[in-house]
Design a protein around this ligand. Structure first.
Ligand SMILES: Cc1ncc(COP(=O)(O)O)c(C=O)c1O
Length: 387
């Protein structure tokens, strides 16, 4: 039984929904007694649970979403130095995985409503050096997967998805995990389904699955001696798999709770001047990993940054997310200095977005409390004239 978070003096932006320790202590004790503490029967069971849930043929549990992305990209064997098209409005790990593989990031702009990579702008970025298209599930919204698929097959490109925030989302009725050459999910503490730390790589390609399974364990062949591949030490510990199985079994419950939390946020904040939200297109459902409000500086009495700081003083931790957009981060700003001009939507969303506290075990009373604090920031601010 998870204790619900009600009104409190301070709220953090995320809080993992975890089992009561007593619920899983028997399974943990069994692991200790068996001596098999990593990639044992709980990891295998988690992989099976995820395949059963999403319908995908293979799931490989790994140490994090980032290690999963690095391994999937490596296993796809893309030519070193080739270009991969990915959004700028995403978390840094998406693009870090390209750098770790010696691949060149080509940033693409985002759709203004869904915030996902804009496929209509991706085609113009394809050239003879392009090897893959690499869209991202944004806050739980997967983007138009058929359109990405069509583009990749038109140009014979690999297609992989950073679905780190998307376990529990669906596209046209199919669970994420089944798309492209492969997908990667994160099970970090900030995710709806968590292993405390961990990740899942999914694919319907038998050979890709076989290779990644070896690569998560240094690249060792099943005989345990020969190194067939360049791998990582990216195994998932058994205790993490126990927590992840508990979490995955409750996925539908967590998503349903998040839908009502988000509905409540929207009804409190939806009529505020200059405030808007991410749209969830009809073709998909979202696991609702994050709830983000956009503040239009031309219409809002408070700017995004003013609200961020004011709420911090009032005990509510929020997050400017994703901010700065990747092409403006120190590590990436010299990658392609010209790219800024073609990323107006990513720039605009990154300048306006503010993620609010959201946990599956949060009460609607806590949402009321947070919204009252937000409303007080709006009413105490001077109304700006519309531009
Ligand atoms: C979009 C995205 N990609 C990749 C990652 C990396 O996952 P992990 O933290 O499990 O390495 C995250 C995690 O926050 C993410 O949000």
């Amino acid at each position: 039984m998870v204790a619900t978070i009600t009104r409190q003096s301070t709220y953090s932006i995320v809080c993992p929904t975890l089992p009561d320790a007593g619920e899983i202590i028997g399974d943990i004790r069994a692991v200790f007694e068996s001596g098999r503490v990593t990639v044992g029967e709980n990891v295998a069971a988690l992989e099976g649970d995820n395949c059963a849930h999403s319908g995908v043929r293979h799931t490989i549990a790994v140490s994090s979403g980032t290690s999963g992305l690095i391994l999937l990209l490596r296993a796809l064997n893309l030519p070193r130095g080739s270009e991969v098209i990915t959004p700028s409005f995403t978390f840094a790990a998406t693009s870090h995985a390209l750098i770790w593989n010696g691949l060149k990031t080509v940033f693409c702009d985002s759709e203004p409503d869904s915030f996902t990579m804009d496929v209509s702008k991706a085609e113009a970025l394809i050239n003879e050096n392009t090897s893959a298209i690499y869209p991202v599930c944004i806050f739980g919204v997967p983007g138009d997967l058929d359109a990405y698929e069509k583009l990749a097959s038109k140009y014979g490109l690999a297609l992989l998805f950073d679905s780190a925030q998307g376990l529990g989302s669906t596209y046209k009725g199919t669970g994420l995990g089944n798309f492209g050459n492969g997908e990667v999910f994160s099970l970090s503490p900030t995710k709806v389904i968590t292993a405390m730390e961990g990740g899942l790589v999914t694919t319907n390609d038998d050979e890709l699955a076989r290779v990644i399974r070896q690569m998560r364990d240094y690249g060792k062949a099943p005989d345990g001696e020969d190194m067939g591949w360049l791998g990582l030490s990216a195994r998932m510990p058994e205790i993490n798999a126990i927590v992840a199985r508990w979490s995955l079994a409750r996925m539908d419950e967590w998503v349903a709770r998040r839908i009502s939390i988000m509905d409540s946020y929207r009804s409190w904040l939806g009529d505020l001047p200059g405030v808007s939200f991410q749209k969830i297109p009809d073709y998909c459902t979202s696991t609702r990993n994050y709830f983000v409000m956009l503040l239009n500086p031309d219409m809002c009495p408070v700017s995004r940054d003013e609200l961020y700081h004011a709420l911090k003083i009032k005990g509510v931790q929020t997050k400017r997310y994703f901010y700065p957009a990747l092409h403006n981060q120190t590590l990436y700003k010299d990658t392609d200095p010209e790219c800024r001009a073609r990323l107006p939507v990513a720039e605009r969303i990154a300048a306006r977005s503010l993620a609010l506290p959201m946990y599956s075990h949060m009460s609607l009373d806590a949402v009321d409390d947070i919204c009252e604090r937000i409303m007080s920031c709006f009413t105490s601010a001077t109304i700006r004239p519309a531009m």
